[in-house]
Design a protein around this ligand. Structure first.
Ligand SMILES: [Zn+2]
Length: 407
């Protein structure tokens, strides 16, 4: 049994037109008008595939294909929102490959022991409402529904009001539900599969992540009359921290990645010495123990940089997620399905967070990766060759057939 490549390709093109950018990308922010149109199309396709469609309190969409009564569902899906000027593959591909899997079960009139449910998660990206993965987070009980409802976008609009406005504020409770397993196909968003000429990544889990926030208090002063010897420049200390954060990764080595991605300078004008800088530090590694070693080094980098410049600071390690291992049985089922496609595959860890991370707290979870050209994502150049998508979708189909128990 194989998926229908032409039908899948056509669906990718059709959904990709909603919110399409001129340069071949996608802007479909969560709960925007474009998101509504994308959701409406997906709901239409789900109904055409004979699925029973429901929407929960967080606007997550479910389409159920029945199995034997009383059995927990095999759930598959991803998200349909994008970042601004993002790509047509992140999220969308997981939803459409899951839909294609169900359409293929229908084509072959396959009955399964467990129900098979397609899920479309709300606001995975965190581009419009923070935090990211907010709806799977609520479902897993890790984020309070009320906090999620009160999340505001940059214009001050509340998530719950936007859900209602686009007609996707559902009645079903957003709570953990019994799961046979959760499967998510996603683009790799890194370079490894393409570099190694492989079509499929069998994802074993998600790396450990730590986020820190640093505020540096210098002395704001005039850029002209203030001699260099009496300056306390918050941005000079911050610059030392930025290069120091990279040095931590170089010295510890292995797979540790460290990033300063956000920096705010105050007053940020041409003729004033910066009085205050805030910046973020993101560190990730497959092993929790590596982050345990990296964090004290970060403390030292910051202390030394600020001492050199004679500035005060506050450093806060405010978010830490341990490595999320996926379920061994599910990973093994995905690996068998990958092997059966005849395409090249390897086991891999995800460096990015996904809804699967929260779903792993609810039930047995696994992911399928397909390559990203040049390792790129969250940009209009995001691309995955159709050959690889076909192998990935067939892997999802194979794993679904095994886990749902084809009759
Ligand atoms: Zn995604």
């Amino acid at each position: 049994m194989k998926i229908d490549r032409k039908r899948l390709e056509h669906s990718i093109e059709e959904l990709g037109r909603i919110g399409a950018t001129e340069r071949g990308g996608l802007t479909r922010l969560a709960l925007s008008d474009e998101d509504k149109r994308g959701r409406d199309l997906l709901v239409r396709w789900m109904r055409e595939a004979g699925l029973r469609v429901t929407v929960d309190q967080m606007g997550n969409i479910f389409g159920e294909r029945p199995g034997e009564p009383g059995r927990p569902a095999l759930m598959m899906g991803s998200h349909a929102d994008s970042v601004p000027t993002g790509g047509k593959y992140d999220g969308q591909l997981g939803v459409l490959c899951a839909l294609e899997t169900i359409r293929t079960l229908n084509d072959h009139r396959v009955r399964t022991r467990h129900p098979v449910t397609l899920v479309v998660f709300t606001n995975e990206e965190g581009a419009r409402f923070q935090p990211a993965m907010i709806a799977s987070g609520v479902m897993a009980g890790k984020i309070a529904l009320e906090d999620a409802y009160n999340a505001r976008d940059k214009d001050g609009l509340r998530l719950v009001d936007e859900l209602e406005r686009i007609g996707y504020l559902g009645a079903e409770p957003c709570v953990p539900r019994p799961l046979r397993a959760y499967l998510e196909l996603h683009i790799e968003q890194g370079p490894f599969l393409e570099e190694e000429g492989l079509a499929i990544g069998v994802v074993e889990g998600i790396v450990a992540i730590s986020w820190s926030r640093l505020t540096i208090h210098g002395v704001q002063d005039h850029a002209g009359p203030t001699p260099m010897r009496i300056r306390h420049d918050a941005l000079v200390a911050a610059a030392d921290v930025v290069s120091g954060v990279r040095t931590i990764a170089r010295e510890i080595g292995g797979e540790l990645v460290t990033t300063v991605g956000n920096l705010t300078v105050s007053p940020n004008i041409v003729n004033a010495i910066p009085g205050k800088v805030t910046l973020s530090i993101d560190m990730r590694d497959p092993q929790d123990a590596t982050l345990d070693r990296a964090l004290p080094r970060l403390d030292r980098v910051v202390r030394e940089a600020c001492e050199r410049e004679g500035v005060r600071y506050e450093l806060e390690h405010y978010w830490r997620v341990p490595r999320t291992p996926f379920d061994r049985e599910v990973v093994a089922a995905i690996e068998r399905a990958a092997r059966a496609t005849g395409a090249g595959y390897r086991r891999i860890l995800s460096g990015a967070g996904h809804d699967a991370q929260y779903m792993a707290a609810i039930g047995p979870t696994g992911m399928v990766f397909v390559p990203s050209r040049d390792g790129r994502s969250h940009c209009e150049e995001e691309f995955t060759p159709m050959d690889d998508i076909e192998h990935g979708a067939n892997t999802l189909l194979g794993a679904a057939l095994e886990l749902a128990g084809a009759l």
